[in-house]
Design a binder for this molecule. Sequence first.
Ligand SMILES: Cc1cc2nc3c(=O)[nH]c(=O)nc-3n(C[C@H](O)[C@H](O)[C@H](O)COP(=O)(O)OP(=O)(O)OC[C@H]3O[C@@H](n4cnc5c(N)ncnc54)[C@H](O)[C@@H]3O)c2cc1C
Length: 387
Amino acid sequence: MRNTADAVIIGGGVMGCSLLYYLARRGVGRPLLLERNVLGAGSTGRSQAICRMHYSNPITASMAWNSLQVYADFGEQVGGNSGFVKTGYLVVVEEIDRPSLELNISMQQELGINVGLISSDELRELAPMIETFQGEGLAWEPDSGYANPYLVTTSFAARARELGADIITRAEGTGIEISGGRVRAVLTDQGRVETPLAVVAAGPWANSLMDGVGVRFPLIPVRHQVALATRPPGTLPEHPIVGDIAQSFSFRPESPTLTMVGFGEDEAELDNYDEGIDQADAADAMTRLIRRMPGMDQSYYRGGWSGLFTTTPDWHPILDRVPGVEGLFCMVGFSGHGFKLAPAIGQAMSELVLDGQASSIDLSPLRFSRFEEDDLILSRYRYRVLA
Ligand SMILES: Cc1cc2nc3c(=O)[nH]c(=O)nc-3n(C[C@H](O)[C@H](O)[C@H](O)COP(=O)(O)OP(=O)(O)OC[C@H]3O[C@@H](n4cnc5c(N)ncnc54)[C@H](O)[C@@H]3O)c2cc1C
């Protein structure tokens, strides 16, 4: 391992790799990324990778919209392949949440995002396989879809390497060396790397790097389960992604014959949680799926996995300098939203690190101090991960 770098990123998920790419693109001599396992080994590799814009606040909706343009044109804009598949995204809310839905849609339309409220008759034209119920509110995002988190992460990494970045896997960051109030080096299990700039992108493990810094990120790992269900051959060749806020779960197509279902938000113990899925929870999710898409009553369950959302008190990330330490930055706490935001966040963080301020988007709503200032980014819904 080399012993100096212009900047060091700790963590090789989609966030670290996106930032590495944008730093390299800006001409930072030789940025270095350290990953203690393999790229995408954390939340990224388990992500449903749904890319949609329905949020209750303008900053997240804007970043999702900007990132969607990158995912949909990844070969041209970054290089490599994002695996993006455009399916359309349907939001469904109960009657009680219709005012929130309407507020969110008009906020998004003001931002120029291609979304709209639709009626159940219009939905029948767009997606006849989906069932709706009395009083429910519906919104449609025609441009949304899903991508492949492993392809995106490794494509960012490959392009960054071509632009001069270094990536070292199986290398663990063990601490940040600080003197005179600024970063001097990143310490690793393979030696010391002198650097003036360090970025913590270590997902739910971020606090393990903060021991000598005297700062704790308010992070809580939450387990989210993903199950795969077969689609009856020939009868359901395709369907859109559905963010079913009314039933607190989501699903998307995974292939012409498989549907991926996401459910559950249970606080979990870091490094000691069940990475499989609970049969009772999966059965319950299948019941909700069949209610929403009745053609799935002939489906059978094909296994699944669990992963961690790294949540903060408002379920939104911290994108900021680490207070009190010159040259130290953090991009942590993405809960269930991070994948879809990674291009916009990589770009904005590269601006913050190199220019002292993000210019592509105003990151101040996502500042670290918002928790002590009680200026949280709130959802208009009770089921937080879906908006
Ligand atoms: C089941 C599930 C479904 C999801 N679905 C969606 C979705 O549909 N859409 C969406 O937008 N988002 C979704 N998300 C959220 C999204 O996947 C995450 O927000 C995103 O992947 C976070 O990326 P990250 O790079 O911050 O973290 P991670 O991917 O966790 O990466 C952190 C990396 O840091 C490494 N690391 C940790 N400590 C150290 C150290 N000391 N030294 C070196 N390396 C270290 C880890 O090994 C890991 O690879 C989902 C998440 C889960 C778990």
